[in-house]
Each structure stands twice: as C-alpha cells, then as structure tokens.
Design a protein around this ligand. Structure first.
Ligand code: HEC
Ligand code: HEC
Length: 210
C-alpha cells in the first residue's frame, strides 16, 4: 500500500500545528476542579461582595467555557482592570485557564424553559447576541447574563460605558444605551436562569449545593 500525502492530509497537519502553537489543548475539568479551589473563596460564596466599588462578585458556574478563558486572558493582560483578578489570572498558564474553564462551565448553566418577566425595551438589542433569556448566547465566547447578580451587571455596563473595561463590541453597543436604563436591564437578566456560584450545580431549575 502506498501512502500519498494529499492536500487534505497537509491541511490536517496545518490545523494540528495551529492547535499546538496556540498553547492550550482542550480543558481537563478534573484538573480544573483542583485548580479552582482558591476561586471558591469569592465565587463560591452566595452574595459575596467586592468592596469599592460595592457589587456582588459574578457567578461562574455554567458560564460559557470560551468566555471564561477570554476573561482570564483579559485580566492577565490588564485589558480588564481588577487587581485581585489580575493577581489570580497571571499565575495561571494557558492550559490551567482552559482546565478551570472546562470545570466551571459544566457546573450549571441550564437555561430556564421560558423567559421570566417582561423584557424592558432597552434589552431589545442585547438579546440578539446574549439570547432572549440571557442564556442562549449566539457565540461560545459571548457571556451568559442569566442569573448574574444585578449589581454586578450594572457595574459591568458602567465599566464598558466609561471605557475602563475594553471590548470593541460592547463599547459600540453601550454608547447607544442610556445609563438610566442599566438598572432595569440588569434586573431583568438577573431574574433569568442559568448561572450558579462555583460550588453549586443546577437541580430542578435551581442552583443547589452538591
Ligand atoms: C478575592 C475574591 C476573588 C477571588 C479569590 C477570585 N475572584 Fe474572580 N472575580 C472577583 C471579582 C470581584 C470579579 C469582578 C471583577 C471585575 O470587575 O471585572 C471577578 C471576576 C471573575 C471573572 C469574570 C467573570 C465575568 O462574568 O466576566 C472570572 C472568569 C473569574 N473571576 C475567575 C476566577 C477564577 C478562575 C478564580 C480562581 C483562580 C477567581 N476568579 C478568584 C473576585 C475574586
Ligand atoms: C453584537 C453582540 C452583542 C450585543 C448586541 C450585546 N452584547 Fe453584551 N457582550 C458581547 C460580548 C462579545 C461580550 C464580552 C465582552 C468582553 O469580553 O468584555 C459581552 C459582554 C457583556 C457583559 C459582561 C458580562 C460579564 O459577565 O461580565 C454584559 C453585562 C453585557 N454584555 C450586557 C449587554 C447588554 C445589556 C446589551 C444590550 C444593551 C448587550 N450586552 C448587547 C456581545 C454583545
């Protein structure tokens, strides 16, 4: 039998090397569970608050895997400012970030059957990307908003508006949204179902401690 290196095989090799040069391979959730131990101190405590400014820390359980990796990369690079999260993220290798994301994304995230309450008019543009319920996002690296604490969501929107948190897509969107609507938008998405704290799993539509 002769072996011919056809165009398809060559393309395959190209892809393979591209995967290796980006650093991390697919995340290992079992390793991620061990690495995420230090994260529970804040992200595992329901209603745990960040001081100055005061807001509840974001829920990570059930968040999209690719988005978690992208957030950690942004903290490490300083594109997203937060001293504690920068300190956490810089110590992690690309592979460790992928492992943690694999673990956390599997911890919940089951969207509710229907949208809770009436979406305020200002959410009309948001749902195109984040999903009608803030859970079924159109891209894997877009974040779920469903169940995120309302005060965290307001904080995030303010940071996009002021340019403290840099993202080309959200910067464009938020420039067209009035700050007085942030509260209503945040309330709506916080009431939807998907995200849990890091030590919880989704059981019968509710976040529950294992
Ligand atoms: C001392 C408390 C604390 C610890 C410990 C901590 N975090 Fe955070 N984390 C925060 C706060 C506060 C924010 C929101 C910061 C901001 O404004 O961007 C955050 C944000 C995040 C985000 C972005 C979430 C989103 O929705 O955009 C990710 C991802 C994250 N943390 C992962 C981790 C991981 C992984 C660990 C453990 C290795 C960890 N954090 C440890 C307090 C903490
Ligand atoms: C064109 C797609 C798109 C639209 C439309 C959009 N977003 Fe986003 N949104 C994104 C992306 C991408 C990110 C991640 C940006 C980053 O990494 O900081 C994001 C991030 C966010 C975050 C941060 C979540 C977190 O966990 O920290 C909030 C809050 C948010 N969007 C709210 C909104 C609201 C409210 C609207 C409508 C007024 C909206 N978005 C419209 C794509 C979109």
């Amino acid at each position: 039998m002769t072996f011919r290196l056809g165009p398809v095989a060559v393309m395959g090799l190209g892809l393979l090397s591209a995967m290796f040069t980006t650093g991390a391979s697919a995340g290992d959730a079992a390793k991620g569970k061990v690495l995420a131990y230090t994260c529970h101190g804040c992200h595992g405590v329901p209603d745990y608050k960040n001081a100055y400014p005061n807001f509840r820390v974001p829920k990570l359980g059930g968040q999209n895997e690719a988005y978690i990796v992208s957030a950690l990369n942004a903290y490490a690079k300083g594109e997203r400012p937060h001293p504690t999260m920068h300190a956490q993220a810089v110590t992690l290798t690309d592979q460790e970030r992928a492992d943690i994301a694999a673990f956390l994304s599997a911890e919940g995230g089951i969207p509710g059957k229907e949208v809770v309450g009436t979406p305020p008019p200002a959410t009309q543009t948001c749902v195109a990307c984040h999903g009608a319920d803030g859970a079924k996002t159109i891209a894997p690296d877009y974040p779920k908003l469903a169940g995120q604490p309302a005060d965290y969501l307001v904080h995030a929107l303010k940071d996009y508006k002021s340019g403290k948190r840099k993202n080309a897509i959200m910067a464009g969107i938020i420039s067209g949204v009035d700050e007085k609507d942030f509260e209503a938008i945040a309330e709506f998405f916080s009431k939807q179902q998907a995200l849990c704290t890091t030590d919880q799993v989704m059981k019968h539509g509710k976040c529950a401690t294992e």
